[in-house]
Design a protein around this ligand. Structure first.
Ligand SMILES: NC(=O)c1ccc[n+]([C@@H]2O[C@H](COP(=O)([O-])OP(=O)(O)OC[C@H]3O[C@@H](n4cnc5c(N)ncnc54)[C@H](OP(=O)(O)O)[C@@H]3O)[C@@H](O)[C@H]2O)c1
Length: 247
């Protein structure tokens, strides 16, 4: 699964699933840009882990929901390293609330970061990847995109939008040897899910055929596969990594 000296950007690489992806990609030889927004210390910790394992990369602060800032950040990466090979759109927020309580701002924030953020990053890397005639994009969605979830109208809508982006881009960019796929995690132990009370977690575990909550590494391995040579003939697909939670 060697990725050789590919240049990768993992948005939201400071914590949780994004950190595991960044570390995993680095382990396969990629130079990894670790995207973050607020948590410089956590992003630096991801970089420290990568360097301790013999890899390299750098931290990279920009707001994925801001089009100009995203374009600028990706332009800087290409100016520094000459190319951008791998984009993992992982940065996201999850604001849980039933529709009767949801605020207009919950919708706007979620769509702006999760969906527009994915568009902003895909659009910004596309022009370079098209010129290179090689690129791998992995969009992190969620099983709730297809399965829905009470209390997650905004979040599941944003993640369903990400699937639409994935499938359309796969069709647009395939001829240039750019593969675009989505990974849809189930319930994964990170900051995003940490606030759930123990009882709710037990209930969720009961509904998972593999009887356990996932780890960020469960997701990272699949992302590493999708950007590897072994996945050269896979595009436009959604890979559910959820222990069977959504079948
Ligand atoms: N955890 C789960 O159970 C689960 C399930 C299904 C799907 N997912 C998806 O998996 C991905 C990672 O989830 P996670 O649980 O690891 O999330 P997390 O621990 O909450 O981390 C979110 C990451 O996104 C970054 N971020 C947030 N807003 C940003 C913005 N405007 N611009 C740039 N970066 C921003 C954060 O940066 P800072 O550290 O700087 O704040 C952080 O690195 C997300 O797409 C999520 O929707 C997660």
């Amino acid at each position: 699964m060697k990725i050789e000296k590919r240049i990768a950007l993992v948005t939201g690489g400071s914590r949780g699933i994004g950190r595991a992806i960044a570390v995993r990609l680095s382990g396969t030889g990629a130079y990894v840009f670790i995207g973050y927004i607020d948590n410089r210390k956590a992003a630096s910790e991801t970089l420290r882990i990568i360097r301790n394992k013999g890899g390299n990369g750098e931290i990279c602060r920009f707001d994925v929901s801001n089009f100009e800032a995203t374009q600028e950040a990706i332009k800087n990466i290409v100016e520094k390293k000459g190319r951008i090979d791998i984009l993992v759109n992982n940065a996201a927020v999850s604001i849980s609330s039933i529709i009767l309580r949801a605020k207009e701002n919950d919708w706007d924030t979620t769509i702006n970061i999760n969906l527009k953020g994915t568009f902003n990053c895909c659009k910004s890397v596309s022009k370079y990847m098209v010129k290179q005639r090689w690129g791998r994009i992995v969009n992190i969605s969620s099983v709730v995109a297809e399965g829905g979830n009470a209390g997650q109208v905004c979040y599941s809508a944003s993640k369903a939008g990400v699937l639409g982006v994935t499938k359309s881009l796969a069709k647009e960019l395939g001829a240039r040897n750019i593969c675009v796929n989505a990974v849809a995690p189930g319930f994964i132990e990170t900051d995003m899910t940490a606030s759930l009370p123990g009882k709710s977690k037990e209930k969720i575990i009961d509904s998972i055929p593999l009887s356990r909550i996932g780890t960020p590494y469960d997701i990272a391995g699949v992302v590493a596969f999708l950007v590897s040579r072994d996945a050269d003939y896979i595009t436009g697909q959604i890979i559910n990594v959820c222990g069977g939670l959504y079948i």
